[in-house]
Design a protein. Structure first.
Length: 183
């Protein structure tokens, strides 16, 4: 590769953190623009996958701070409500199961662990997460993907994703019924 060519798969450069007058991070006014999502051919946000810390000390000050700050940041960048879930995870309430699944896949492409459970998007948290590191990584991935979901995913695609999610739930119910009858 020539020195003038950029590797489009290299992790994106970090945006500088902006602060509010009270000293807290101004998550809602951090980014002027977003680059193309990794799932659309752009650079991933991180170079390596950020995993949930399932053995985290959930009573530690570091864990409580990380949960609180990630939840606050998610609300600021997306308007979605986030709360602590199982150890190592934060649950984000999405408007639909299709949205949760699409966001989970897009966030994973940004190298941040994510999974969907019905209308909940689950994102990683840990007691070692730092404000300028992992906390910012999670919030940035949510900011990029929810922006793209809201402004660039066509309504027809969103409807199709929701129909797929409904069909998957129906399939699971039918398989459950069949399984009970066979037993």
């Amino acid at each position: 590769m020539a020195s003038s060519e950029l590797d489009k798969r290299a992790p994106m450069a970090a945006a500088p953190i902006k602060y509010q007058p009270d000293g807290s991070v101004d998550w809602g006014d951090m980014w002027d623009s977003f680059c193309v999502l990794a799932c659309e051919g752009g650079p991933p946000h991180r170079g390596t996958m950020l995993q949930a810390q399932t053995d985290a000390d959930i009573s530690s000050a570091g864990y409580c701070f990380a949960v609180e700050e990630i939840c606050r940041g998610i609300d600021a960048v997306s308007g979605l409500r986030a709360v602590s879930a199982d150890p190592g995870w934060i649950a984000v309430a999405c408007r639909s199961a299709g949205m949760a699944r699409w966001l989970a896949e897009a966030i994973q492409a940004e190298n941040v662990a994510a999974r969907a459970e019905h209308t909940r998007l689950l994102l990683p948290v840990g007691d070692y997460f730092t404000l300028k590191g992992e906390i910012k990584n999670v919030i940035t991935a949510v900011a990029k993907t929810t922006h793209y979901w809201g402004d660039h995913v066509p309504a027809e695609v969103k409807q199709t994703l929701e129909l797929q999610a409904q069909l998957e739930r129906l399939r699971a119910r039918v398989l459950g019924w069949v399984g009970r009858r066979a037993a």
